[in-house]
Design a protein around this ligand. Structure first.
Ligand code: NAD
Length: 488
């Protein structure tokens, strides 16, 4: 065992208001992706850890569901205050465990805080509906109630924002929660939990169990867990959706993406390039709303040339350096998978305009990959179809908007899509016909804010009610109808 390993802390689970060691002795190292330094170890917990957490959440629910909604909301106000006070510290922790640039991490913290702001509106959000005189002397009322224990399973790429899409709103609605953070970025979840307890949350209301698929399966199979929120890759999202449903649970599973950006001939070229560069290469392309395919409408040679030059100018490095835009990918195992895609792109006949692989020898430490751009990509190629989740961009050529929209329709994914144009007719056609759930008009990352649903379509989402906004409230509550007669 190296000195670093001896000194590195193994993270604990949080169950019933206590930090506890996992019952498993198996751990996984958490390296800083930019330096390779091991910053923590995460326990690979067992199903019996899950059982304890769910039991604690089940017991806490008996009191929490009766706690007045205004009191629940007050904890969220305090939490908002504490998160805001810790904004910079949390952003630095994100940089360390995820590798993204400080500015991106700072923005992520802000997005997370906005979810807490939204959830603090629970007294209004949970209001039901009433209708007088649905028949003679008869009225109808609808009340919203929490489900009980809800579980959240989160990905590595937004270690703060995604957990905050889930537990603040679920808990504000009166549920209790078990969180299973990504084993690749587990540190933020513990920090978020500490602050939540400091805000006054009672023991058992929020629990955290670290680990991998055993923890996920434990949650999916547990009869006390009534609803599952999942965010992650497509195969796992589908698995979670199907398995949770087969165990009778409510489920929302947000999945992978392939986001197309259509560049029309009349687009403001400089601005479009700026947005595309930042959307494609920011967070090393590891955003579910990242641009990964650009559809160049018309001749486009000047645009392609300028875009490639802008990629050459990118500063690559550790995200703690504020100048840097292109940061490392999460692990070498992921980078190896991406290298396979680059080989596949060449093999299938795409033209490699910029090859980011040289960066790997220039930067020995950390899991860096330079900006990689393929031109003359066709929709049937593997690099056009699969989510690569890395700084790898495919350029597809289209003669007109109809053809560009057809590429979007052919994709199995439908998370986001953007058009760059000043033409109102093109905007309207794009809005009406683009087969994706979150559209941008001259916007690089058209991610929605906490008061709207995060609304992926097709294989980018499994379920009915999305996270955030009114969908989130509907997901975390169930409705009870009362019909009353008053003619006695
Ligand atoms: P991932 O699927 O590898 O992991 C997500 C979660 O699932 C983790 O907690 C992990 O422990 C668990 N998991 C992984 N394999 C499992 C298995 N075989 N059985 C049970 N559980 C398993 O995803 P990731 O690599 O951490 O995150 C990146 C992915 O998430 C990308 O595909 C990205 O598009 C997607 N994502 C989507 C959205 C969205 O809103 N649609 C947002 C963020 C990320």
């Amino acid at each position: 065992m190296s000195v670093i390993e001896q000194e590195t802390k193994t993270l604990q689970n949080f169950i019933n208001g206590q930090w506890v060691a996992s019952q498993s002795t198996e751990t996984m190292e958490v390296p800083n992706p930019a330096t390779g330094a091991i910053i923590a170890k995460v326990p690979i917990s067992t199903k019996s850890d899950v059982d304890q957490a769910v039991e604690a959440a089940g017991n806490a629910f008996q009191t929490w569901k009766k706690t007045p909604v205004s009191k629940r909301a007050r904890i969220l106000y305090k939490y908002h205050h504490l998160l805001t006070e810790n904004h910079e510290r949390l952003a630095k922790l994100i940089v360390e465990e995820n590798g993204k640039a400080y500015k991106e991490a700072y923005g992520e913290v802000q997005r997370g805080i906005e979810c807490v702001e939204f959830a603090a509106g629970a007294p209004t959000l949970m209001m039901g509906e009433t209708l007088s005189t649905i028949a003679e002397d008869i009225d109808s009322q609808m009340f919203r109630y929490p489900h009980g224990v809800v579980a959240g399973i989160t990905p590595f790429n937004f270690p703060m924002m995604v957990p905050l899409w889930m537990f603040p709103l679920a808990i504000a609605c009166g549920n209790t929660f078990v969180l299973k953070p990504s084993e690749r970025t587990p540190i933020l979840s513990n920090e978020l939990t500490k602050l939540f307890m400091e805000a006054g949350a009672p023991a058992g209301v929020l629990n955290v169990v670290h680990g991998a698929h055993d923890v996920v399966n434990g949650l999916l199979e547990h009869p006390l867990v009534k609803a599952i929120s999942f965010v992650g890759s497509q195969p796992v999202a589908k698995y979670v959706y199907e398995k949770a449903a087969s165990y009778g649970k409510k489920v929302q599973a947000l999945s992978g993406a392939k986001n197309h950006h259509i560049v029309m001939p009349d687009a403001d070229m400089e601005k479009a390039i700026g947005h595309i560069i930042s959307s494609t290469f920011g967070s090393a392309g590891q955003r579910c709303m990242a641009c990964s395919a650009v559809v160049v409408v018309g001749e486009g040679s000047e645009f392609v040339e300028k875009l490639s030059q802008a990629a050459d100018d990118l500063i690559i490095g550790d995200g703690s350096n504020e100048e840097v835009l292109l940061t490392p990918v999460i692990r070498d195992s992921h980078r190896q998978k991406v290298l396979g895609y680059i080989e596949k792109g060449i093999e299938e006949g795409a033209e490699l305009l910029r090859d980011g692989r040289a960066v790997m020898t220039e930067m020995e430490k950390g899991t860096f990959l330079g900006p990689t751009i393929f031109d003359q990509v066709t929709p049937d190629m593997t690099i056009a179809k699969d989510e690569i989740f890395a700084p790898v961009l495919s350029l597809l050529r289209a003669k007109d908007l109809d053809e560009g929209l057809a590429y979007i329709s052919q994709s199995r994914y439908g998370n986001g899509a953007t058009i760059y144009t000043k033409d109102a007719r093109a905007v309207r056609q794009f809005r009406e016909e683009a087969d994706a759930g979150m559209l941008g008009i001259n916007i690089g990352v058209p991610a929605t804010m906490a008061f709207f649903p995060f609304s992926g379509w097709k294989d980018s989402f499994y379920g009915d009610l999305h996270v955030n906004g009114k969908d989130g409230v509907n997901f975390y509550t169930r409705k009870k109808m009362i019909t009353s007669r008053f003619d006695y």
